[in-house]
Design a protein around this ligand. Structure first.
Ligand code: IPM
Ligand code: MG
Length: 379
């Protein structure tokens, strides 16, 4: 039998609880579709950092390069200053493995209410392709007090290396700055991916930017979008300023099929999308490098106040597991997981508090795993 080796970083907060249900479901899927899974657990997260001072080890990164897909719970913990785990683990993984696509399906499944009046599953079904390696996320910034200083910074990627040398001379009491970077290579590849995806879906691609206010960075983005569009005449295109986009995504979600966005705007509109699809408990994401190591996660974060309560919805993580299977080429198995999630939601019986139920995380996971193995059961 085929065996997949899948590394797991369960991480912080509710990460371990939801990952446990993801494992349960994917193991059931393997039994059903004829493959074994060998999990390899990594300890990274707040606990490990507080105990050892280590965020990720160079050895672990090398080891992880041998795998095609990592299953991630979530990182983030109030005992660690904001940004340390995010930068040291989440971004470190995204950037090290050059997971330049952050793929986030926004789809209202049957049996789930959307807060948007008069909209249903037929209206809410699009995919956000969020650029995942550039923009204001490159980590070049700092604070400078009155006076003159020189600062060096660099952005190291598989595609390019950029060094900045900044001479700062300021008479403000203190300034903070953050540089955004968009490259031709990085933007072309995300556009290509988005156009290819649109070609396979509804042939409509919408781009997001803010080129009226930040003409350099987002003017470049829009230019590359337009240039790429000329090679895909069968795909209908439009571009949208991000502020207007948040309005359209609430008012007319049915207009959208594939949305391509720079990193920061993609981050923002996918939380909006998560609410529209029924809540963060239902929102998965894939950090994808089509030729390397990808990583799949629920987008909800560590939700520390629910940690250990067996309360939160595991569906985002299980759905991320379906995306993981898809990335391994296990299409049937991935569909099997989606059908099982859909069955659970349509029945409206075994559901967590966010969906108005009183079932636990593990009860929902078990219910979905059972549907995977017996798709036609009717109890
Ligand atoms: C996400 C998250 C992260 C991001 C945070 C935790 C740094 O919001 O994956 O959307 O901004 O990318
Ligand atoms: Mg986010």
């Amino acid at each position: 039998m085929k065996t997949y080796k899948i590394p797991i970083i369960a991480g912080d907060g509710v990460g371990p609880e939801v990952i446990a249900e993801g494992k349960k479901t994917l193991e059931a899927t393997g039994r059903m579709y004829g493959f074994d899974i060998e999990w390899k657990e990594y300890p990274y997260g707040a606990e490990h950092y507080l105990a050892t001072g280590e965020l990720l080890s160079e050895d672990a990164l090398k080891e992880l390069s041998d795998y095609r897909a990592i299953y991630l719970g979530s990182v983030g913990d109030a005992r660690v200053p904001p940004g340390v785990l995010e930068r040291g683990i989440l971004f470190a993984l995204r950037f090290y493995f050059d997971q330049y696509i952050n793929l986030r399906p926004i789809r209202l499944l049957e049996g789930v209410e959307t807060p948007i009046r008069d909209k249903g599953p037929a209206d809410i079904d699009y995919v956000v392709v969020r650029e995942n390696s550039e923009d204001l996320y490159v980590g070049v910034g700092g604070r400078v007090k009155k006076g003159s200083v020189h600062r060096d910074a660099d952005v190291t990627r598989n595609l390019y290396n950029v060094k900045f040398g900044l001479d700062i001379d300021s008479d403000s009491d203190e300034i903070a700055y953050q540089l955004g970077l968009i490259s031709a290579e990085g933007t072309k590849r995300i556009m290509r991916y988005a156009f290819e995806l649109a070609t396979r879906r509804g042939r409509h691609l919408s781009s997001v930017d803010k080129m009226n206010a930040m003409t350099d960075i987002y003017g470049f983005w829009r230019q590359i979008f337009t240039e790429t569009a000329s090679r895909y005449p069968e795909v209908k295109t439009d571009f949208n300023l991000v502020d207007a986009m948040t309005m359209w995504l609430v008012k007319n979600p049915e207009w959208f099929d594939v949305v391509v966005a720079p990193n920061l705007f993609g981050d923002i509109i996918t939380d909006l999308g998560a609410m529209v699809q029924g809540g963060l408990g239902l929102a998965p994401g894939g950090n994808i490098n089509p030729k390397g190591t990808s990583m799949f996660e629920p987008i909800h974060g560590s939700a520390p106040k629910y940690k250990g309560l067996n309360k939160v919805n595991p569906i985002a993580t299980i759905w991320a597991g379906a995306m993981l299977l898809e990335s391994l080429g296990e299409m049937q198995a991935a569909n099997g997981v989606m059908n099982a999630i859909q069955r659970n939601l349509r029945e409206r019986k075994v559901r967590t508090f966010d969906l108005g139920g009183s079932s636990t995380t593990s009860e929902v996971g078990s219910d979905i795993a059972r549907y995977v193995e017996s798709p036609h059961r009717s109890d």
